[in-house]
Design a protein around this ligand. Structure first.
Ligand code: PLP
Length: 235
C-alpha cells in the first residue's frame, strides 16, 4: 500500500531530528527540500499542505509550469538540476537558490542575468566530490579557483556548496564524501572575506540524508522518500 505524503514527511522529520540529536546539531539548521521532478502539482500540493516549504526542481521549463499552477502557495523554489547556459537567464529570475553552479562560463551567464534583473542571485558551488565522469561539478582541487572568480562577480552571492556523491548501497560508505565536503567548505571559508556568508551544505538524498546531516548538511534534497518512486519519464 502507498504511504501518504503526509506520513512520509512525518517519518523523514523524525529521522532528521534523530540525526540532529546524534550529532548535537540544532534541527533549525537543517532544511528539507522536497524534490519534485516529475511529481504532479496535485502531489506537490499534498506535500505543501503537510508542511513542505521548499521545492527543488531539475528542469527550468517543468518548474515554470508548476510555478504557474502553484502560484497561490507560499513556496521557495530551488534549482538543483544541471543548468544549461542558455537557460541561465530564465533560472536567474525565478529561483531563490541555484544549487548547481559548476563552471565559470555558467557563472558569467548568471552574472549577466543578475545585472539585467538588477538583483543578486544566490548560488551554491557544485563539487564532484567522488570525481565521477557521469556527474557535474568542479573537482575538489578546482574549487578554490572557481570560488575566487565567482566571489568577484557583483551579481552572484555564493552561500555554500552542493554535491551529489557516489551512490553506495550502504549510506555509511558515503560518509567520507560528506566529510570531505565539510572540509572543502571550511577551506573556502578560511580564504573568504565574508566567511559567515558561506554556511550552506546541500547534500543528502532519500537514502543517505541522515548521514549527511550528521556530517553537517544544512539543506537535504529528498524526493523518493517523500513523494514515492518516480515514473521514468516526465508525464
Ligand atoms: C532527484 C534528485 C534528488 C532526490 O533524490 P531521491 O533519491 O529521490 O531523494 C536530490 N538531488 C538531486 C540533484 C536530484 O536530481
Amino acid at each position: 500500500m502507498q504511504e501518504s505524503i503526509k506520513e512520509n514527511l512525518w517519518v523523514i522529520q523524525q529521522r532528521m531530528a534523530e540525526a540532529c540529536q546524534r550529532s548535537g546539531r540544532s534541527i533549525s539548521h537543517v532544511r528539507l527540500i522536497g524534490v519534485t521532478k516529475t511529481v504532479s502539482s496535485e502531489s506537490i500540493r499534498e506535500g505543501v499542505e503537510a508542511g513542505v516549504g521548499i521545492l527543488g526542481e531539475n528542469y527550468v521549463q517543468e518548474a515554470m509550469k508548476k510555478m504557474e499552477l502553484l502560484k497561490d502557495l507560499p513556496l521557495e523554489w530551488h534549482f538543483i538540476g544541471h543548468l544549461q547556459s542558455n537557460k541561465a537567464r530564465f533560472a536567474a529570475g525565478i529561483f531563490q537558490l541555484i544549487h548547481t553552479l559548476d563552471r565559470l562560463s555558467l557563472a558569467r551567464e548568471l552574472n549577466k542575468a543578475a545585472r539585467r534583473l538588477d538583483r543578486k542571485i544566490a548560488v551554491l558551488l557544485q563539487v564532484n566530490v567522488g570525481d565521477e565522469s557521469s556527474k557535474s561539478g568542479v573537482q575538489p582541487h578546482e574549487l578554490t579557483t572557481l570560488h575566487r572568480e565567482v566571489s568577484r562577480m557583483e551579481g552572484l552571492h555564493v552561500q555554500g556548496l552542493m554535491t551529489l556523491p557516489p551512490y553506495r548501497e550502504d549510506p555509511e560508505e558515503v560518509r567520507p564524501f560528506f566529510q570531505r565536503m565539510r572540509e572543502l567548505l571550511d577551506g573556502i571559508r578560511d580564504r573568504s572575506q565574508n566567511p559567515e556568508d558561506l554556511k550552506e551544505l546541500s547534500m543528502g538524498m532519500s537514502h543517505d540524508f541522515q548521514v549527511a546531516i550528521e556530517e553537517g548538511a544544512t539543506l537535504i534534497r529528498v524526493g523518493t522518500a517523500l513523494f514515492g518512486v518516480r515514473p521514468l519519464k516526465t508525464p
